[in-house]
Design a protein around this ligand. Sequence first.
Ligand SMILES: Cc1cc2nc3c(=O)[nH]c(=O)nc-3n(C[C@H](O)[C@H](O)[C@H](O)COP(=O)(O)O)c2cc1C
Length: 365
Amino acid sequence: MSGALLSPIRLRNGLVARNRVWLAPLTNQQSEADGVCSPAEQRWLERRAEGGFGVVETCAAHIAPDGQGFDGQLGVWGDHQLPRLRELAAGIARAGAIGLVQLYHGGVRSPSRLTGRRPWSASSFTEARPEFEVPRAADVRDIEAAIDAFEQAARRTAAAGFHGVELHGAHGYLFGQFLSSTMNQRTDEWGGSFANRARLIRTVARRVRAATPAGFLVGARISPEDFGYARGLDLDESLQLAAWLAEDGVDFLHVSLWDTTRNTAKRPDQHPIPLFRAALPADVPLVVAGNIWTPADAELQLERGADFVALGKVAILNPDWPLRAADPSYQPERGPLTPAQLHDLAISPTFVDYLRRFKTIVRDA
Ligand SMILES: Cc1cc2nc3c(=O)[nH]c(=O)nc-3n(C[C@H](O)[C@H](O)[C@H](O)COP(=O)(O)O)c2cc1C
């Protein structure tokens, strides 16, 4: 192993991450009904900061009540959420990690059951799923309100004392619905060409950059190709988007790969990491996530050109992964674990219930 994984890295705004290990954003449903961060949610994240993660990122946090996509989702849309956000930011910083909030609007994935409103998206479209609610097509006021809400949420995140935000452009949520050539059928300046489909996330990136202090990190997460709810994406458009977001001033780009052992679907002989590295200026770090388990898996992604590795499932099961990764014989727990074992890893019963959908994480004794 080259050893780069555990060495510090200076970001271009001067902040130093103590290593290249990043806690991936993980929805955990532990917030209060009004979006306020709960003590259990704080404990889950602080425990990973104490375990040595260089960067600790929250779950997708909704920036407006009409953008909520999950029960118990963290919110950054109201000042009533600020005191507990302050405590969370302070806890992460106290343990030596860089703390980020992932900013999100669900678009069509924000059910009326949670928001009390019909969902809206780039266009009106249908999907063959029983629970699917046909969204109304956004009018310009919806788009402007969402841009303002992202800006206010970023200001609130900075006021709470976090080191930065990540705009959640991956996985087919509002930004992804606008980026999509299938979900976005608009004929105005917000649809059609890729420049128009990328306008929403780019406008928000520029607005958030301008609204927050120079030392505050502004990044973006994207999906490179179709997977799950992310549809209508094209690898070359995603590479163009990476370059554009760098022009817009993002401090890092996070590519959600789901499985870093795989090459791209469009060019099966090419791995996505060197392609995204080449699309970005040298001073914009590339973060990658997807099926990274061991320190050797992680080092391989750095050798391919990534600057950080984001860990999801393995971080749930191994809160001290970065502290233990220095040992070359370290074999992380792969699960599944019982609810009691997970509780000892600062995973509350609420989070355990959400994780039950991942059979490889939770098992009943
Ligand atoms: C329980 C769970 C919740 C997740 N929540 C989010 C989320 O809120 N935002 C996001 O961008 N990705 C989310 N993801 C995706 C992860 O950030 C990560 O990209 C993915 O799990 C692949 O990494 P892994 O193989 O290390 O788990 C979630 C994944 C899991 C398993």
